[in-house]
Design a protein around this ligand. Sequence first.
Ligand code: M6R
Length: 625
Amino acid sequence: MCGIVGYIGTQAATEILLAGLEKLEYRGYDSAGIATIWEGDVQCVRAKGKLHNLRSKLEQLETPAQIGIGHTRWATHGKPEEYNAHPHLDTAMRVAVVQNGIIENYRELREDLKSKGHQFRSETDTEVIPHLIAEIIKKSPSSLLDAVRQAVSHLEGAFALAVISADYPDELIVVRQQAPLVIGFGQGEFFCASDTPAIVAYTRAVLPLDNGEIARLTPLGVEVYNFAGDRLKKQPRLLNLNPTMVEKQGFKHFMLKEIYEQPGVVRASLEAYFNNDANAARSSQSPINLGLPESFYADIEQIQIVACGTSWHAALVGKYLLEQLAGISTQVHYASEYRYAPSPLMANTLIIGVTQSGETADTLAALAMEKERRQGKEAKYQARLLGITNRPESSLGHLVPHIINTLAGIEIGVAATKTFVAQLMAFYALALDLAAHRQSISPDKIADIIEGLRQIPKEIEATLETQESLTEQLAHQFAETQDFIFLGRGINFPIALEGALKLKEISYIHAEGYPAGEMKHGPIALLDAKVPVVAIAVPGSVYEKVISNAQEAKARDSRLIGVTPVKDGEAGEIFNDLLPVPTVDELLSPLVSVVPLQLLAYHIAARRGLDVDQPRNLAKSVTVE
Ligand code: M6R
């Protein structure tokens, strides 16, 4: 978790660091701080809470320093207080460090450094690093690069670092070890950051460091080394991202903008994954191109999926598709659980990790564990790993041999919306591709489903058009509600879970999603007139069942909100409020039924005056286990 930035060059660093941190606030916003070097000293300013607090403090301290590092924090070790905010300094306040990740062996290091006279000022794991570097410099002051490299050899955990020192005022050292870090190349100026949006306003030439790499940035250039000290030859590449992609573009919040970008995300996925030729779609070859080698498809007997949060919900829809279309038995696991209780080792198993950020520590750890336990086993037990991610250049991209790149574009709102729809599109493509290879359903059926998918962008557009004011009106009525229940069945059960998660995350209202048929086995006891029930009732195999389950809720006085295309008959009678969605094939319905739930959560949170894009206690990517 956390975001780090760094700058060295010819401009005043402070504003560049602040602007970069603003773009990284999605990674954490418990506190923020920057350190620069000016007139032979480290100047460090930190503030509890969001970046604007730091900005106000900095107004009294204008410095033209041309080197600096910055940090925005999601608290792990130590409370979100100013004394725990980064940058952290050594006792003599000559070395400043920002870190993203966790130093697992910080206790031993801290005790050792204390015994050598180092004075600690925070409760964090990070603070050991500047003390350790200072201790190494004290013994052999050869170079800051070397001191950081030696310090890193004592650290256990996953981390990215940026380090400056008043005694080496012309260098900025950065390190990557299992936490993201990119270097940006300008003209006589260089940048580093946890993520590209922080630097895209200044340069599009970037070099993502790999694990086990350390770099020295000076006004003259960038040198990259491995941890053994060997110089590496690395070239920057050009980013396909422009600064406007990380702006709100007239929307009040990023989340709303991202909800509205969903038709475009589906279009981009259709374009990238599916063959445009209608005749080819009805041929016996797969009309889907995911860039996977032929060997990938051979002998898959079962699938295990690991994911967290919204990605886990997408994986549940994926399970439905993989089982119903491709006929492959599929299990979906919380990555955080799977790592410590994996399924028995089975042959010919495809393991899929789903993570929009590609940096979720739980998901990466589960995949790494699976890879490790299959190493050295006979061929049929070897790991076959596939990642589904919105950030193919992420740590996930380094860990697995095959990636399906979801095409959502960068998502800034902490609550995932368009990346969820992009993950669903990846699962439709994968399930249909496997179905085509295994001939588990006919080419005509595959072609019909693809044709249905092609209609989805305009169906989402229609949904957005009708839902915007309806959900806003409902939000007005439910802004003070304390509990919500979301019901769905079959392929829409995960959508009920996702609707509940969206509401919890950004409005702080207690919400639960249930498979509608499960209510009567316990949760129905929660219902009364104060607990509204949102039921997803789309025509298809479970429509009548959902309506009956909704009736059961109504009989307990719950106010019923129906996400349904059906306006008359029983549905018209029982629902107190309707959030109409267009009629689409049940199999494709999650792509539209999720939209009103996203909007409902958004409008309730906005109505409650909450920080929609940066909800309390959360961060966009959770890089700690
Ligand atoms: O980056 P990932 O998809 O791995 O993230 C997983 C979860 O942390 C994430 O989906 C989280 O639940 C979001 N806040 C959902 O809105």
